[in-house]
Design a protein. Sequence first.
Length: 303
Amino acid sequence: MIEFILLFVAFYVWHAMGITIGYHRGLSHRSYTCPKWVEYLWVFPGYLAFEGSPIWWSTMHRAHHHHVDTPLDPHSPRFDVKYAHLGWLAKMEYAPHIDPKLQSKDLIDDPIYAFLEQGGNWRRAHTLSYVLNLVYRGAILLAFGWVPALASLLAGLAVQQIPLMLNVFCHLPEYGYKTYAAEDDSVNVWWVGLLAMGEGWHNNHHAAPGSAKSGMAWYELDLSWWVMVAMHKVGMITRMNVVSHDRMMQAAREYTESLPAINQIYSPASLVSAKSVAVVDSIEEVSTAGDASKKQGDLLRAS
Ligand SMILES: [Zn+2]
Ligand SMILES: [Zn+2]
């Protein structure tokens, strides 16, 4: 039993950081620069947590930031909590305003990511993800026995739930607190911060999406950040965007000022143009050395 618990925890942390360091702060936000082998080192444990195609994940997440808590956000609980949790996964195709060829131009040329994306067919990509995840657990079963195989499977399935849960609880103001004023509903939720290796400080993250660091106060534990600091020290990461509290306060203020009537505007066209200015500005504002974040800003502008 002890062996199972230790393996479960080890697999859980590895897969969860695959999402945080690989899928989220790496692919989706380009908040740091690293060699390709280091990128794969973190993206693959994310994929092996039943997380789906990296291009799909990043595209949907960029769309979430771009249209946050508006009717064009792929999963805002402001409108429908059940839909924000699981309902959006059942759509099985990109909405007309979301296009990986525009929003994830920087990812579609990677042959491995392109293969996992299956030409944008959600059904095929999700099926492939489940098949490869189960084949991987089958290989562990044959090589090391049922204890590590079961620990890996359950840890992967547990980690799969984390972003789905985060999408809901970190966008319901009654569950957390805001450090940085913004017109979106993002909040910091301490227990999601712990379970998601630092991603639960979601209001901080929305205030500075291009920052590699999410935990800002001393009590906002951000394990993913500390792993990235260690990787930076040994040269596995060559550049990280780091944003100070003061800079984030300033960016949040500008963001809020740029959207004076967001809650009163219901025309999707108005929302797109308002958000597009606000998000691009905030990304450029928060980048300290951010070629990659600037590039992402350009991509968002292009969309
Ligand atoms: Zn969010
Ligand atoms: Zn994000």
